[in-house]
Design a protein around this ligand. Sequence first.
Ligand SMILES: O=P(O)(O)OC[C@H]1O[C@H](O[C@H]2O[C@H](CO)[C@@H](O)[C@H](O)[C@H]2O)[C@H](O)[C@@H](O)[C@@H]1O
Ligand SMILES: [Mg+2]
Length: 265
Amino acid sequence: MSHQKQFLGASKPDAVSGEDFIRAALTTDLQGWALFLDIDGTLLDLAETPDAVVVPPSLPANLNALSGKLGGALALVTGRALDYADRLFSPAHFPIAGLHGAERRDPDGLVHKAADTTEFERLKADLVADTANWPGVLIEDKGAAVAAHYRLAPDRQLQLELLIERALIRAGPNWAIQHGKMVIEIRPARADKGDAIAAFLAQPPFAGRRAIAIGDDVTDEAMFRTVNQLGGYSIRIGPPLPSSEALGSVPSAEALRGIIAALVS
Ligand SMILES: O=P(O)(O)OC[C@H]1O[C@H](O[C@H]2O[C@H](CO)[C@@H](O)[C@H](O)[C@H]2O)[C@H](O)[C@@H](O)[C@@H]1O
Ligand SMILES: [Mg+2]
């Protein structure tokens, strides 16, 4: 039975299957697969603050080379603001979805942005003011989304969650709460990462391919579900997690970067 058949629709394979699957799929059937990659915790190691992330010098070129091998069917799918994420990998630029899928740049360059509002701008300013005397708490302005980070102030988690839940009521039904690693966010409710992948798969060069989605966090479960339902394969970075929809796992972002480097060397 081929690697793909062995895993597709199978119950959860063992911990190393993510690594084996990627190597099998992306060396034997490069034109049959599309690759969707989360950024923080998946391509990049987590850092103390959003701006402290380090992009290994060889990673943009390796991603670009892998995209070339895939006929361009490689996209980034991140909770970060699209423009910020795009700059991280410059001069390489990829089809990309930001704000957890709510904004997207298609392969043809068309950008779909989520609407920001004056009231949402006021809400973000109030969050900054309300947390100004909370050392370690960081409010990340992402345009039509906002993230409240407590990695440096874990004791503030509950207070931040209450503050964000109140802010969501003020923002209204077009926004939703998104939990993540040491962060709670308000993001546009219009789309999640699964919706973004479905949109990419309706367009060349992604159309007609099966999807591999790789992520590390709660937000990525939406894309794991979507690719599993479409007969693709989902991989979680970290130890196998029974509660995750991911079919396989790769132990770390560093391990994934090594797999990508080996595929293009
Ligand atoms: O969907 P992703 O690409 O994984 O983005 C998820 C969030 O990543 C960033 O926050 C996380 O990474 C930071 C840097 O390592 C870390 O300091 C923070 O604790 C993590 O939550 C980013 O700041 C968020 O906007 C993204 O939604
Ligand atoms: Mg992530």
